[in-house]
Design a protein around this ligand. Structure first.
Ligand SMILES: [Zn+2]
Ligand SMILES: [Zn+2]
Length: 241
């Protein structure tokens, strides 16, 4: 790389506070976090959503199909993005490939939704990982997001729950299998949530069973309200059993 290009990149980097490349496809960019091509396919959830779980819907609706008689543990859930390609790749790198630096950018995006949707709460917490898994991975991406969001919002971060049972990967399980799989999984610190409104952070809302089980446990322990904020949510739920 020429001296000129180096200097140019340095100026670009300091002016636009950007990396050298699109964080999704690696193409060189001049500003922002993603290139224009990727941005076209990164869907931010707007007006058309389920007002309960916050998933992208064809129109604004009070309860989407996945909410009726389900996911009733939390009061409200919102996500920034629809979980689609190429963002899904970025999130997978964030989760599994040590790309923890994404936490800062993602939390800023979540903070915008937090403000717009008035999700202000007494405390912020996150979906815990089992100690063994967190040690192996070196971090819990939901914790990273919650830490950053706590800094941005000034809302106190509390570790309200621990995961006491290792569960098999939820990805290939049906809704009912997931709920069964999660039984006795979390231990909630009651005194941290009693009388509080709680903001629960996770990376991706798929069926919503994990946040549902946790929210129900928080409510049992005396939480007055549980709002869920995730980075992305899956809008098309695979057939549920
Ligand atoms: Zn790109
Ligand atoms: Zn819904």
């Amino acid at each position: 790389m020429s001296k000129f290009k180096n200097a140019y990149n340095l100026i670009k980097r300091s002016l636009f506070n950007t990396g050298w490349t699109c964080n999704a496809c690696g193409r060189e960019i001049f500003s922002g976090y993603f290139c224009d091509e990727c941005l076209k396919n990164i869907v931010k959830i707007g007006e058309n959503k389920c007002l309960h779980c916050g998933r992208q819907a064809p129109y604004k609706t009070e309860y989407c199909d996945s909410c009726i008689e389900k996911n009733i543990g939390f009061d409200v859930a919102r996500s920034v993005y629809e979980y689609t390609h190429p963002l899904s790749i970025v999130i997978q790198n964030f989760k599994y490939n040590n790309a923890r630096y994404h936490a800062e950018f993602f939390a800023r995006e979540m903070f915008e939704v937090y403000k717009a949707e008035k999700l202000s709460s007494d405390i912020v917490t996150f979906v815990p990982m089992h100690q063994n898994r967190e040690q192996k991975r070196g971090y819990n991406q939901a914790r990273l997001l919650a830490e950053e969001l706590s800094k941005l919002s000034g809302v106190k971060l509390e570790e309200c729950a621990t995961k006491i049972k290792e569960t098999e990967n939820q990805a290939n399980l049906s809704m009912s299998e997931r709920v069964k799989n999660l039984k006795g999984t979390f231990k909630v610190d009651g005194k941290l949530v009693k009388g509080k409104s709680v903001l629960l952070i996770d990376d991706v809302l798929t069926t919503g069973s994990t946040v549902d089980v946790l929210s129900t446990a928080f409510k049992k322990a005396g939480a007055v309200k549980v709002s869920v904020l995730t980075l992305a949510s899956v809008s098309k739920i695979v057939k549920q059993h």
